[in-house]
Design a protein around this ligand. Sequence first.
Ligand SMILES: [Zn+2]
Length: 111
Amino acid sequence: MIRASCHCGAVVLEVDSPPVEVTDCHCSICRRYGTLWAYYAPERVRVLPSDPPTDVYVWGDRTLETHRCRNCGCVSHWVAIDPGVDLMGVNARLMDPEVLSAARTRYSDGP
Ligand SMILES: [Zn+2]
């Protein structure tokens, strides 16, 4: 079981398997956050607590909610606003460094 935790520990995400690949997204928001995204089907991610103490940022075409810990500010994950989208992003920067270094990194450009 792989855990991703914000710095203060208030927001934890658990997944059953480590990411094979993480995405280094260079869209206008992710390049500022410095996130590395591991993509999972939402049912494979446990968000703890289920209603995490996060603030949410939504921009542009309003497809994603990006969550950050209200206490320590770490960007933890994004969820699709459209419930039909079977994908969510976990910030792999919050996983153990060994987990992150075992994954290959994919560069992505975006709006
Ligand atoms: Zn925190």
